[in-house]
Design a binder for this molecule. Structure first.
Ligand code: ADP
Length: 444
């Protein structure tokens, strides 16, 4: 850098000196100083003035390199054979930095002088001191150093500040996420502002809320399952203990108790089976075995299978259809879902009631309706009946053998088919369940 600057200054100085030498040569030529002796006094004065201006030495020689004038005075009368004069007398102007010392040197610049016939009649040598440039250069150098140091400091401080601004919220988020990972789902990140970090914080908070909900519903589910299984287990325990503690129990009593124990075991088996069906339907893990199914056939088969159950209660189980409907569904899973609805219809409808299943479709969806003339479901219960283990009347359902999982299974299955299920009912007004399933299945 320093060398480049130095070279640049040297070149500029040499050019300036050459220009100056040319200018002087020109003025000598114009005023005809060399040929007109009467002007020599004025000529020497002008030269002295010019030399004094810039602290230069100006030497004028004739065509034989004989010194006619020297502002320094010392060379007058001698023959000056320096290369610059020699080349100038031959017709080439030149400038060179010579006599380079530690603190500079002198620039020798020469220019030839012509008469009006373009003959070389002499030359001018301008010797300019060269050295002042070191001072500004050194100054520039030290300023450059100071600027670099200040710049480096500013960059360092800025980088540190930015890192601190970025790292602060990041550290906060990281800390909270670590706590969340260790199971503390109540943790929330508090970052105020409108930047990406706030957004990230909000996303983490939303995720934590979801995790908390999942955790709560998991705990509820486990406690529900335990509770549901505990009831039949306690019954079995009471029944067995009462036999064990008695002496000479009659055979009839043994039989009676064993029948009760057996029905409790059946109940537990039903719960476990329903639970397994539900686990299999877990939305994320479930795989549907989709085929094009004749919905009329599917429903007719179901009705055929459930007619004996309806007959037991003298219930009229009917099927109504108007058209051919083919839908892309998982036949086994959807059969179980619809079967739950029909079984419920039979279960919650008193003797001699009616359960009607109907099928309809439009160009997008098919609609399966299961309508009964039973006890119905009050409006406030309607939103809860699809929850796991939810039963409107606990005592009543224990008698009817329900597990409280049937509608949850139906709901999960329908959702897996990208469909919906809704209930239309009122207390004592019978219940109507409407299932809507797209005719074409699309993976989501
Ligand atoms: P359950 O095994 O007890 O039948 P479900 O999940 O199938 O469990 O049903 C949940 C609850 O919804 C039932 O306990 C019952 O109280 C109510 N329910 C379901 N279907 C009907 C219906 N057709 N009529 C009246 N109540 C019903």
């Amino acid at each position: 850098m320093r060398n480049t600057l130095l070279r640049y200054f040297q070149n500029t100085n040499e050019k300036e000196a050459l220009y100056e030498a040319n200018k002087i040569a020109g003025s000598i030529q114009k005023a005809n100083y060399l040929l007109d002796a009467s002007k020599s006094e004025q000529f020497l004065r002008e030269l002295d003035e010019k030399a004094a201006e810039e602290n230069r030495r100006i030497i004028v020689v004739d065509k034989d390199a004989y010194v006619l004038a020297d502002t320094n005075g010392s060379a007058v009368g001698s023959v000056l054979l320096v290369p610059e004069i020699m080349v100038a007398l031959e017709g080439t102007d030149e400038a060179n930095l010579k006599e380079v010392q530690k603190n500079g040197g002198n620039i020798y610049a020469s220019a030839y002088i012509e008469n009006n016939k373009s003959e070389k009649i002499g030359a001018v040598l301008v010797v300019s001191p060269y050295g002042k440039v070191y001072t500004p250069l050194d100054d520039i150098n030290s300023r450059l150093l100071i600027t670099t140091v200040i710049l480096a400091l500013v960059i360092a401080v800025t980088v540190f500040a930015i890192a601190h601004i970025i790292m602060g919220p990041l550290r906060k988020i990281l800390e909270t996420m670590r706590k969340i990972a260790s199971g503390q789902f109540h943790q929330r990140i508090d970052i105020k502002g409108h930047d990406e970090f706030t957004e990230l914080g909000e996303t983490v908070n939303n995720m934590t809320t979801k995790l908390e909900q999942i955790d709560t519903s998991r705990q509820e589910f486990v406690s529900n399952v335990s509770h549901e299984l505990k009831t039949p287990l306690s019954s079995i325990k009471v029944l067995t203990e009462s036999i064990l503690l008695q002496e000479n129990v009659p055979t009839e009593m043994y039989k009676e108790f064993l029948v009760d124990i057996n029905s409790e075991i059946d109940r537990m088996t039903a719960i476990v089976n329903d639970l397994l069906s539900l686990v299999k339907l877990d939305v994320n893990g479930a795989k549907l075995n989709i085929t094009l199914v004749d919905m009329n056939k599917l429903l007719r088969d179901l009705i055929k299978r459930l007619t004996p159950l309806a007959d037991n209660k003298d219930i009229e189980l009917s099927f109504e259809t108007t058209k051919e409907v083919n839908a892309e569904v998982d036949e086994v899973k959807l059969s179980l879902a619809i079967s739950n609805l029909i079984e419920n219809g039979i279960k919650y409808t008193p003797m001699q009631g009616k359960v009607k299943v109907s099928l309809d479709s439009d160009h997008l969806d098919c609609y399966i309706t299961v309508q009964d003339t039973g006890m119905g479901i009050s409006e406030e219960e309607q939103s809860k009946v699809f929850d796991r283990f939810y039963r409107v009347d606990k005592t009543r359902d224990r008698e009817t053998g329900g597990t409280g999982l049937g509608l949850a299974i139906t709901h999960s299955t329908v959702v897996l088919h990208n469909g919906s299920v809704k209930v239309i009912s009122g207390e004592g007004k019978g219940a109507t369940f409407v299932v809507c399933i797209p005719l074409k299945h699309e993976e989501v």
